[in-house]
Every structure is written in C-alpha cells, then in structure tokens.
Design a protein around this ligand. Sequence first.
Ligand code: ATP
Ligand code: MG
Length: 717
Amino acid sequence: MDVSKILDSLNPAQREAVSSDNKSLLVLAGAGSGKTRVLVHRIAWLLQVQGVPASAIMAVTFTNKAAREMRSRIGELLQLTPQGMWVGTFHGLTHRLLKTHWRDAGLPENFQILDSDDQLRMVKRLLKEHELDETRFSPKSIQWYINGHKDEGRRAKHVDHHNDPYEKTLVNIYQAYETACERSGQVDFGELLLRAHELWLKQPSILNHYQQRFQYLLVDEFQDTNTIQYAWLRVLAGNGNTITVVGDDDQSIYGWRGAKIENIQQFSEDFPGTTIVKLEQNYRSTSRILDAANAVIANNPDRLGKELWTDGERGDPIQLYAGFNEQDEARFIVERIQSHVSNDLLRSEQAILYRSNAQSRVLEEELIRAGTPYRIYGGQRFYDRLEIKNAVAYLRLAYGSDDDAAFERVVNTPTRGIGNKTVEAVRLRAREANTSMWRACLQLIEAGALTNRAATSLSKFMELINDCAEASRTLSLEEFANFVLEATDLMAFHGKETGEKGQARVENLQELVNATRQFEPEGDDSTALREFLDTAALDAGDQQADEYTDAVQLMTLHSAKGLEFPVVYLAGVEENLFPHKMSVEEPGRLEEERRLCYVGITRAMRHLYLTYAESRRWYGQESFNAVSRFVREIPDDCIEEVRINASITRPLSARLSHAAEGHDTGLVLGQRVLHSVFGEGVVLNIEGQGSNARVQVNFNQEGSKWLVAAYANLEAV
Ligand code: ATP
Ligand code: MG
C-alpha cells in the first residue's frame, strides 16, 4: 500500500488536513466539500503512513449507519479491516465505556437503556406519585427539562431553582426521576454522557488509561455536539492527544436539543495552536443546486462565512411543484421517481425529505399504491413499534427481572387479569422497600398482601418469566426468541388485531426473529442475548427490513444529515410547515430552520425537486399555506415552476409576483413592516383580496398576529 493512494484523490486543502502533524485540527467547511472524506482518509493515513495502531483511534460519527460506512470505507481504502478501533456515536461509545466500567460508574452490571418512550412513561408515573397535575406539569415538558439539564451536565442537585416554587417542583421531579432510574438500574440517553463524564472526573486512573490509549480522536459533524459531549471529549483529549474535528456552522440543526455551534469557536480557544483548514470546493452538487443553497443560507446573520464553489456542470434548474393538496404533491413525487427509474436511476438513488415525520404517511400511501418499494429512516422505526417493544421487553425481563420499565410494559400484555390496582400496589411496595417491582411482587405474595386472584395471576406471570430466563440459558438466540413469542402468547395476541394491522404486527414479530438469526455477537453465545438487547436499544431503525430491495429512501431533514443522493425531493416547502410554525416565534429558531433547508438542498447531487401543497390537512384541519420563504430566497435562474396539468413551465418570479399582486395589499411575503402599536415585524402570510385581505405579521416584540390589511396601516420599512 503506498502513500499516494491515500492522498491521490484529494485536493491540496484536503491533503493538508489529512496529513497534518498538528495536535489539534479543525476543518471548517460547507456541505459536500469532503469533510467526512477527510476523516476517512486521515484515519487511513494514520494507520498506514504514521503506523498508528488501530486501537489508538477513536472516531465519533453522528449515526450508527455513518459509523458502519466509515469502517467500510477505511476497509476499502486499505484493503483490510482494522481491528480494535472505536468508531461510533457519542451514545454508542459511552455505552461501551460504561459497560466495561459499570462498577466504577456506580451502575448495576446489567443496566438497561431507557428510551424516550420509557422515559416519558416514568415521568408520568412520578407525576402521579407526587400528585401533580399533568396540565400544569406536562410530562413532555418535564422530560424536556430533565434532558436539557443533562445535556448541560447538570444533575438535579446542581440546578438552581431561585426559590421559585414552580421551579422547585421541577427540580424535585428531576430528583425523583434520578432516584427511580438508579433504583431500577436504568440509564437514559443523556445519562450515558453524563455518567461517562463523571467517570473521567471521579476515576483518574481510568481516565488516564483511556487518555494513554486513544491518542487520536476524530469527530464528524462537530457543529452538533452539545455541552456534555464536548466536555467529555475535551477531558479525554487531555493536553497531549491529537484531536481532529470537522464541521459546518451552517449545518447546525440540533440547537433545539442542546447542540452548541459555539463549540466550534470554543475549540480553537481550548486547544491553542489549532490549525484551521477550510475546504471550498464542493464535489457533490451541480452549480445550480449549490447557488441555490448559498443564496438561501446567505440570509442568516452571524455566520462564520465560507465560500463554496464547484467546477461541476451547471445542471437542470430546480423544479418547484405546487400540488393542489398533499395527495397531489405525493402523486407528483412518485411519478417523477418512476420516470427517473425508467431513465436508469435506482430507486435507492432518490430520497424524499420532509420537515415533519407526520408528512410521511401520505407519501407512503402513494408509494404503496404505485407499488414502489421504500424505506423509512427514523420515525416509526422497527424497534419503536409497539409489538416489537413488547417482545423486546420480555427478552429484557428474561435477561434481568429487575428491569422495571420492561416489567411495567408487559405485566399485563397480553392481558392476564393483572389490573391497575395490583400494579399500583406493586409500585408502591417497590418504592417503599426501595427495590425493583419484581422483588416487590415476591414480597407482596409472600406477605399475603394481595387478593388470591391477583397473587395467582402475578405468580403465573413470574413463572412465565422464569421459564423464559431458563430458556435463554439453554437455547440459541433465535430459538429463544421463538420460544418467548410462543410462550408469552404475544404472537397470537397481536395476530388477533384486525386486518392489515394485525398482519403487519405478526410480520414485524417474525422480522424480530430474523434479526436474532442474523445477529452476530462479538462475544460467545453466553453474551449473545445481552449484546442483542443493547444493539436493539441503540440501533433502533438501522435494522430495518429489506436491505436488499432497491427502495426509495424517506426521511426527515434531520436524519438526512451527512448523506447524499442523485435525486432529492424536498416535500412540504410551505410557510408554517417549513419553516415550522413554532420556529417563527422563538428567537434563533428561524435561522436553524434555514440551516435545515441548507442541509436539505445540499443533499442533492444532480436533481432537486421542491414541492408544496396549496391546501393540506394538517392535524385534522384544512390549512392553506403560502410557499416557503426559503423558496423565495432562491435566485430565479436556479428554479422553475412545473405545472403538470397545463404542461407549461414558467419562471418562478412570474408566479410569485403574480401572487403578490393578486392580494393588492401592496405587501409581499418576507417584507419588513412597521405598525403604530406593535412596532416592527415581518410579513408571514397574506390571505384574501381587497377589503377582506388579511396579513400575518411576526412582530419583533409582540410575536405573530393576523391583521386586516385595510385597517392595519402597515408601513414598509
Ligand atoms: P456534508 O457537510 O454534507 O457532511 P462533507 O463535507 O462531509 O459533506 P463528503 O460527504 O465527504 O462531504 O463529500 C461529498 C462528496 O464529494 C462525496 O461523494 C465525496 O466522495 C466527494 N469528494 C470529496 N472530495 C473529493 C475529491 N477531492 N475528489 C473527488 N470527490 C470528492
Ligand atoms: Mg459529512
């Protein structure tokens, strides 16, 4: 293997980054400029040219899928698969660390991951126990509160409630939540990072060991790291290790989850002498697509500022389609997909991206109707489906009976006459005795504290779990899964549901058995179940069926990060949907929406379609939204409108100015206006004609309001 192979296919700036000797390196560059490619080649360079052992390298990616891809790309480049390298997400890597050092981290050996659903259920339960009103303390907002503090590295004891009674209650709930997790040996996603960070601080010898080991740290999508992730990384890097981060401030899209763009600037301060490499050539998109992306993102203030250019071809204009409703929009997309397929493109080379998960249903229906296979990333993932969660809960209980979340989920599923009252009694006992629900059951039964019927039903349930546990020790993973589905009656229970749904659930359960069959444990048979459960919890979605069928890819804009497709359909580019309604009201959120739009546009290599619906049923209501302001930010020569029925295309500007004139309010969307009472704001929407015309203005101070245009006396600013 010679050096040139690693450097040959890189431009000079990329080469500089790949072969840099500097201890800290920041690659700051726009979409499609080869940041991920630089990381892959840098790892190959370290291994091959610098002779760094694979075990000294840790690479952080944003998804498990990206981690697998990184491994395989390195493998291709080097013609061998490096062993002992840690490549994964922050969650995956810290999970691995805690699994090894559970004792030092203060966790039980078989601690379980609490996913977002389990977490919400637990919060609800705690609210009930504390007799708090769910309308004042919404479970979702409490979940958000807890996660927000964890992302910032704060436990309940660190939160300052400023003696405010409401905030005090929140802190108490957070505290109770921590206790409950502790008691049942459960760890939520934020906790993985928080614990792992505490492990560094409290166990210097362990930290020292890993600092010695991982002398090379590499991070992709650095702009979306949050406070605790960055803190964890910084401690691990210490003073002497080599750290490479790549990112793009224009693609920071997880601010709502605590990601900090500021980490980019912080990085060069924390690591003095950082080399900053900028990459400016885009290798992904046509110049038209790139011009559009650049023009949209230029509307954001406070950018670090980067130029992107391409010497690729100009390409076709971006096509804008206005469906008269969302079904029509979906039909258009599916027709285009098919016509690209008949022109020799694969379905898998085409992706439909959308802002909100709920948009997928109509698109899916249309794809199904047309018999076009598709795959969904994110959203209702395989391991998120009800029947799968039930089955996995049984597997978890069989593995460790103290798992309260799993216990709660299936104690009466399928129904076996264990009522709410009994479960409530078990919970109470568990809390009083500070023990798991399983042990509480044993205590209650022994003490004769339950009715005969309840005691009998519970004992039967526990026998069943014991049988499963026994089976897990003697059978192969696949046989065990089959055993559980039969013994628990889950298969029959879900099969009874009517029509398609029951059918789909049975198929999913069968697919779970397939997953156990295909599962390749790293250890031997004795650890296979544990490994499988961990993978199921961490890898949700990645195991989706039909990997081998050529299928159109559907995903939210958020999950599309880092990916690229020859053809992209960006659906629902409408005001209120994208930018999302909520974002217009919160400072900073509109900018994040615009970055999301930039991410969406820059996923496209050759063809980009933007579609919207003139009317849409959305949360049970018919709504009429204007085309997204982001579309209006795209230069005229990059975009054209498609009209299928009349089979004409006309430039976008004609249509937009026509629409604006039609309202005869003298106002246009996006215009800044001044109102005598509400002050300054931006026009979001215009509806109706003449004296009926109404405008929606988002005022800087007062938020968004609808006004009758004739009386509002809005002045252009
Ligand atoms: P994003 O910001 O979207 O994550 P990125 O900066 O990580 O993008 P990559 O995904 O690494 O960009 O690269 C984009 C595309 O350009 C890939 O298909 C990659 O293989 C290709 N590419 C990058 N650099 C070069 C190069 N020097 N020569 C040829 N192709 C390149
Ligand atoms: Mg990338």
